[in-house]
Write a protein that binds this ligand. Structure first.
Ligand code: AMP
Length: 179
C-alpha cells in the first residue's frame, strides 16, 4: 500500500491495454482497473480537478458513457452540477443534436436544451481523446447552448491521432496520460 500522492504514472501503470477490441487493430485502453482501486480513482479525480476550486465551476459535463464516471465524481468534488451528453435518442426531454464523422459512418450526440444556463462555467470531461470527433461535437453542443467552457479534460490522450485539431483552438485541453 503506497501513501504518496497519486501521479499520472501510477494511473498509466493501471490502465490495461486490450488489443483488437472491439475490432481488429484497435488498442483499447481499459480504465476499469483505475476505477476499481480506491486510491487511484480518488487520485485521478484529484488530478482532473487540480486547476479548480469549488465555486469556480457551475457544472461538469460528461460524455456517454465512461466520461460520466469521471465527470460525476469531479462534479461532486468541485461542488458543481453534473450534465450528461448522451448518444442520440437516450435523453427524454427536448435536445440539441450534433453529428460527427467516424472512420466509417457517423455518430450523433445530444444534450438537453436546458442542461446549463447561458454563461454557465463548465468543464467538459471524457475518459479518452482519440480522433477528437466526440469531444469536438460535445464542445459544439455546449457552445450552442451558450455555456462557457473553461477547460476540456481527458484521463487519456492518443496523441498520434491528433484529436486536439478537432477541438476549439482557443480552449485549454489537458490529459493526464498520453500515448
Ligand atoms: P474520438 O471521437 O475518436 O476522439 O473517440 C473518443 C471516444 O471513443 C471516447 O468516448 C472513448 O471512450 C472512445 N475510444 C476511442 N478510442 C478508444 C480506445 N483506444 N480505447 C478506449 N476508448 C476509446
Amino acid at each position: 500500500m503506497s501513501h504518496h500522492p497519486v501521479t499520472p504514472q501510477d494511473i498509466e501503470k493501471a490502465i490495461r491495454n486490450v488489443a483488437d477490441f472491439p475490432q481488429p487493430g484497435i488498442q483499447f485502453k481499459d480504465i476499469t482497473p483505475v476505477l476499481a482501486d480506491a486510491r487511484l480513482f480518488q487520485g485521478a479525480i484529484d488530478l482532473l480537478t487540480a486547476h479548480w476550486q469549488p465555486g469556480q465551476v457551475d457544472a461538469v459535463v460528461g460524455i456517454d458513457a465512461r466520461g460520466f464516471i469521471f465527470a460525476a465524481a469531479a462534479a461532486v468534488q468541485l461542488k458543481a452540477g453534473f450534465v450528461p451528453i448522451r448518444k442520440k435518442g437516450k435523453l427524454p426531454f427536448k435536445t440539441y443534436e450534433q453529428a460527427y464523422d467516424l472512420e466509417y459512418g457517423s455518430n450523433t450526440i445530444a444534450i438537453h436544451v436546458d442542461a446549463v444556463k447561458p454563461g454557465s462555467r463548465v468543464l467538459l470531461v471524457d475518459d479518452l481523446l482519440a480522433t477528437g470527433g466526440t469531444a469536438g461535437a460535445a464542445a459544439s453542443l455546449l457552445q450552442k447552448i451558450g455555456a462557457q467552457i473553461l477547460e476540456i479534460d481527458f484521463l487519456i490522450e492518443l496523441k498520434f491521432l491528433e484529436g486536439r485539431k478537432r477541438l476549439p483552438d482557443n480552449l485549454p485541453v489537458r490529459s493526464l496520460v498520453a500515448y
